[in-house]
Design a protein around this ligand. Structure first.
Ligand SMILES: NC(=O)c1ccc[n+]([C@@H]2O[C@H](COP(=O)([O-])OP(=O)(O)OC[C@H]3O[C@@H](n4cnc5c(N)ncnc54)[C@H](OP(=O)(O)O)[C@@H]3O)[C@@H](O)[C@H]2O)c1
Length: 295
């Protein structure tokens, strides 16, 4: 099977490419906006790197020709100078589904987020929900996997935990009193490959979360203890952080914003965890932390 991956240079993308190499016979078409950004991918005759543009669906279709499945990973939580929720989350997805259709790719796997909702007050959650709808209504079979915060070496969420658990008195937004369901990126990779191998009739949406619900402050304490330290958690008021990032946003587009703060401080909750349906044996949280806190 040939699996095309968009955003193959993303944290999830790089882990997924290695996972496919290590655990399957599949070949990979690794797509990113520049080939240079794919330089850290492993060298293998089973991996082909391709520069892709989301502005040219015809060209994108040519690149995708011959793929059995497209895993669409390109997407952002933090907007930047040249990347908005509209361009990165909605328009890029529209281009990918249109190109997949043109190239007769029979299955799209899309990574979305817990909380995606077209009626949300939050622009990030709305954009991911819009993208889900584009995928689900594309006419191509699709598997949508909604995920919580993803943890693994090099992940942004992991870096934040490492920083906080390494400081004696870390100040967390709202004292870290919000509940997360952290998912190991390796577990997501298992789910994605299993999904590629099981094409649904029409479109199916799953929520896949980690094995343990935990408040962020307790997650930081747990990570600190695993390093032989105790931390005293302080609190930075969420409202103040939102005002400060909102003011900063007037002068400088992107980065931390009130939208991002709402996302990272929300309570993650799944109605039904799809671990069994997606063939995933969830990694215990402590084992996931172990993979990156000592690096
Ligand atoms: N990390 C998490 O905790 C988490 C949680 C829930 C869902 N997800 C979803 O999982 C996927 C992968 O996440 P990640 O954390 O591995 O991502 P990441 O490392 O932050 O990488 C982001 C990817 O999006 C691409 N991108 C940025 N702006 C773009 C644009 N305007 N058009 C097209 N592509 C653009 C980047 O390409 P360039 O390098 O070219 O900019 C890069 O490939 C994303 O869809 C994300 O929303 C992640």
């Amino acid at each position: 099977m040939k699996i095309a991956i968009t955003g193959a240079n993303s944290r999830v993308g790089q882990t997924l490419v290695q996972h496919i190499l290590d655990n399957s016979e599949h070949s990979v078409l690794a797509g990113a906006r520049s080939v240079k950004s794919l330089k850290d991918l492993p060298q293998s005759s089973r991996i082909e790197a391709a520069a892709i543009s989301y502005d040219a669906a015809d060209e994108l279709a040519k690149v995708l020709e011959g793929a059995d499945c497209v895993v669409h990973l390109a997407g952002i939580l933090m907007e930047g100078k040249n990347s908005s929720y509209r361009s990165a989350n909605v328009e890029a997805t529209a281009a990918v589904v249109s190109a997949a259709k043109k190239a007769s790719v029979s299955h799209v796997v899309f990574i979305s987020v817990i909380g995606a909702d077209v009626n949300s007050d939050n622009a990030y959650f709305r954009s991911k929900a819009e993208a889900e709808q584009l995928v689900a209504n594309s006419g191509v079979s699709s598997t949508i996997i909604r995920t919580p915060i993803l943890l693994g070496p090099g992940a942004a969420g992991a870096a934040a935990i490492k920083w906080a658990s390494g400081s004696p008195k870390p100040k967390l937004l709202g004292g870290g009193r919000y509940t997360m369901r952290p998912l190991d990126i390796d577990d997501l990779c298992v789910a994605v490959v299993n999904s590629c191998q099981t094409q649904p009739n029409g479109s199916t949406t799953h929520e896949l979360v980690g094995p343990q619900a935990i408040q962020y402050c307790d997650l930081v304490k747990m990570a600190a203890r695993m390093q032989g330290r105790e931390v005293e958690i302080g609190s930075f008021p969420i409202a103040v952080a939102k005002i400060a990032s909102g003011v900063k946003g007037i002068f400088q587009k992107g980065g931390m914003s009130p939208t991002v703060i709402d996302v990272i401080t929300m309570n993650e909750h799944a109605e039904h965890n799809a671990d069994a349906a997606l063939g995933v044996a969830l990694t215990p949280l402590e084992q996931t932390l172990q993979k990156f806190i000592t690096q």
